[in-house]
Write a protein that binds this ligand. Structure first.
Ligand code: GLN
Ligand code: ZN
Length: 763
């Protein structure tokens, strides 16, 4: 009774071994063989860590991205990558990273540069995949060597293997048609390839295959629903048993569809769609397996095992052998092992579970179902103790914070006067020229700055010495900006390691892990802070630095803050209250900081909301609610200021079609956005909406070292001025400059300032 399995495991390694191996290979410091060997070692370790499960997943390991792996598996390489003669993995990295083969690896010189595949977010996670490319003439062919070899590896190590693959309909859905042709027209070409793969898997001794169709949790039109029916009918009868997996949300309209697909089993997310599991139970055919994802694969909290068992008991009684247990989704989205953490706050640590601990929880649940709760009485009691401690902790629940949230009034969300009134007051006090120039906040985070911080954190450098050194950096940054002739200056963010961590470290309610890394894309990992309790701000967080910067110049210096929605979306957050409520708490903390900056005579304050758009729910029907509370949060944080204080916000992306009304409702005096790569076309949506406030469309891409010419910038601003009145326009880069070198930043900004001057002269 109760088979346990896992949908996928973190692949980067407990110490990010994969990242370092990838990067060493890309630099030319190690060989392909070494990289392959490390991959095999990690897989072996990871299967070993999952060995208590009835099935271990195979196919979840990847040298870059599992969607790109699928493109290779199906022989769907973009035309530009089809005639490569080197190693397959080199070609793979070329598509992933868009480098010439020479840069990929010095041993295989080839002058052909190709551009990278587009990258986009995997559903509502912070994982990014390489978008498959299709045209009307796309052909598929099976290249299963890698997958079969990994299956053989796992079998040889004695594991019971369940391969996991991305389903054909989700694969097509996630891809992009490059010629405007209908992707669904490719379905009849792709299905035989999958069928061939299933035959091969059967021949390899595989009993069950997990086939992921997470698009089932999104709103699908009839054509895509039909594609799912066609696909799974096509595989029926299948030479292997198919476990069709959905996760990340509710099925809603697709629930019936799912129940009718002729597969041997279904996996459902019982965290987000618990009630739907109960409905599905009444719909599933007699012999079907139902895998329930009872452990949250997206957060870092311990499961309430007793509650899970109570809920599972009748389901287990009904399903018997046909009940499978798993985390709700792949564990790719959580850190690997809590046991590695040496400095984590002991109280909070007792409430947490990373991937290894989540699988242990799964075993306890299975044990209880098989042999009765008494067989795991001690484990269950310990779990209950930890959860009770969390519920009762005075660090989690601070009555004053709850009171402050309850005391939020509509007045707190609104500026005192409407924009035109503020504009006049701000114009008088700031006296900025037409086309004012500014930057987004950060200046180069040099190795010497990072070394300083490291020394400070290890205690090598005293607080006073660190502060003096950072002040020097700020002074340098102000001097350079004055020399360049920028109009609104920034302090440069030298003191910040990261735009979320910096604030999280100073707020009550946050803790930080040492090794809690999660893959974001390729070799890039993020370590989200853990927001565990009510948020309060014991002290001002930025005022001393900004005030110091302002003391060095007569030009206005922008205070620089991360907004509540971004603090929320880039953290692991609480599961014991709504995201909305947590966001209001963050908003109140940021509001206090804004007011302190204003009291310190800072006239311009920027509140970055880089992550507002990416938090949009998967289902459009839920967007409005999300936008309502996120905009409200921003407004609470920003709008307590006097009319003469100028509020900026910044968003580093370029899709505003769906959220323009929300952006307008934020009512920031100035918004700076990423636009340089779209030739200003994305301003159309601001134009059509008649967006009233000031806009700073980014005039150059900060992701490349290229220096934009004055002419290019003038051209872009002229394009902008055809859509937005010139008097509403600011001139600035696309985003912060922290990843660039001073040698790139100075000439680029010089050209930018020159461009602004020449635009002014034309008027
Ligand atoms: N102020 C931040 C910076 O300049 C903004 C970063 C971002 O938008 N991602 O670095
Ligand atoms: Zn940005």
């Amino acid at each position: 009774m109760a088979i346990t399995h896992n949908l996928g495991y973190p692949r980067i390694g407990a110490q990010r071994e994969l990242k370092f191996a990838q990067e060493a290979y890309w630099r030319g410091d190690s060989s392909l063989e070494e990289l392959e060997r490390l991959g095999a070692e990690l897989r072996a370790q990871h299967w070993q860590q999952q060995a208590a499960l009835d099935f271990v997943p195979v196919g979840d390991f990847s040298f870059y991205d599992q969607v790109l792996d699928t493109s290779f598996l199906l022989g769907n390489l973009p035309e530009r990558a089809q005639h490569f003669h080197g190693a397959e993995l080199d070609n793979y990295f070329r598509i992933a990273r868009g480098r010439s083969a020479q840069q990929v690896h010095a041993e295989h010189p080839c002058q052909c540069d190709i551009h990278a595949g587009e990258m986009t977010k995997w559903f509502d996670t912070n994982y990014h995949y390489i978008v498959p490319e299709f045209t009307a003439t796309t052909e598929f062919s099976l290249h299963s060597e890698r997958l079969l070899a990994q299956i053989a590896e796992a079998q040889a190590a004695g594991h019971r293997v369940k391969p996991t693959i991305i389903g054909p309909v989700t694969y097509l859905y996630l891809g992009k048609s490059k010629d405007g042709s209908d992707k669904l027209a490719l379905l009849h070409k792709i299905l035989p390839i999958y069928a061939q793969l299933l035959e091969q898997l059967a021949a390899a001794g595989i009993e069950w295959v997990q086939i992921d169709e997470p698009i089932l949790v999104t709103e699908l039109d009839e054509a895509w629903q039909q594609a799912l029916r066609v696909a799974y009918q096509y595989f029926n009868p299948s030479p292997v048993k198919l476990l069709l997996a959905t996760y990340f949300g509710r099925l809603e309209d697709n629930l019936h569809l799912l129940s009718q697909l002729p597969v041997a089993g279904v996996h459902m997310d019982a965290i987000n769609a618990r009630d739907e599991v109960t409905t599905l139970l009444t719909l599933l055919p007699q012999h079907s397996v139902l895998s329930v994802g009872v452990i949250n694969g997206r957060n870092i909290w311990k499961t309430d095992l007793q509650a899970a068992l109570t809920w599972l008991a009748p389901i287990a009684a009904q399903l018997g052998e046909r009940l499978w247990l798993a985390p709700s989704c792949s564990l790719l989205h959580v850190p690997m092992d809590l046991a590695q953490e040496q400095h984590l706050d002991a109280e909070v640590r007792a409430w947490l579970a990373f991937a290894v601990q989540k699988l242990a929880e799964l075993s306890i649940l299975a044990q209880a179902i098989k042999h009765g709760s008494d067989s795991v009485a001690a484990e269950l009691a310990a779990n209950q103790r930890d959860l009770a401690a969390r519920r009762a902790s005075a660090r989690v629940h601070q009555p004053r914070v709850a009171q402050a949230v309850n005391a939020i009034t509509a007045d707190m969300e609104r500026r005192r006067s409407a924009y035109p009134v503020r504009l006049a007051l701000q114009a008088a006090s700031l006296s900025l020229p037409l086309y004012p120039t500014t930057t987004i906040g950060s200046f180069p985070q040099t190795t010497s700055i990072r070394a300083l911080r490291k020394q400070y954190k290890t205690g090598e450098l005293s607080a006073a010495a660190y502060e003096a050194a950072i002040q020097q950096e700020i002074a340098l940054c102000i001097r350079e900006q004055e020399t360049l002739g920028l109009d609104v200056l920034v302090h440069g963010e030298a003191e910040r390691n990261d735009m979320v961590e910096y604030f999280g470290e100073q707020l009550n309610g946050y803790v930080f892990s040492q090794y809690g890394w999660v893959q974001s894309y390729g070799s890039r990992c993020v370590k989200p802070p853990i927001l565990f309790g009510d948020i309060s701000r014991p002290n001002a967080m930025t005022v001393q630095w900004i005030r110091y910067a302002q003391s060095l110049t007569d030009k206005p210096v922008k205070g620089m803050l991360t907004g509540p929605v971004t603090l929320l979306n880039w953290s692991f957050v609480r599961d014991d209250q709504s995201r909305e409520l947590t966001c209001y708490q963050l908003a109140l903390a940021v509001r206090l900081e804004v007011l302190d900056l204003e009291r310190a005579d800072i006239q311009v304050i920027q509140i970055d909301e880089a992550a507002l758009r990416e938090g949009l729910p998967l289902r459009q029907s839920e967007w409005q609610h999300y936008l309502d509370w996120t905009v409200k949060s921003f407004c609470i944080s920003a709008n307590g200021v006097q009319d003469h204080t100028q509020i900026h916000t910044h968003m580093c992306y370029s899709e505003f079609n769906d959220i323009i009304a929300a952006i307008a409702a934020m009512d920031a005096d100035v918004i700076t956005i990423e636009t340089s790569r779209s030739d200003m076309e994305l301003l159309d949506v601001f134009d059509e909406f008649a967006y009233p406030n000031d806009i700073g469309p980014g005039v150059y891409d900060i992701h490349t070292p290229n220096i934009p010419s004055t002419e290019q910038i003038i051209h872009l601003m002229q394009q902008a001025a055809t859509r937005i009145p010139a008097k509403r326009l600011w001139v600035n880069p696309d985003c912060g400059l922290k990843t660039r070198q001073w040698s790139e930043v100075l000439p680029a900004l010089k050209n930018m300032v020159e461009a602004a001057a020449s635009l002014r002269a034309e008027v």
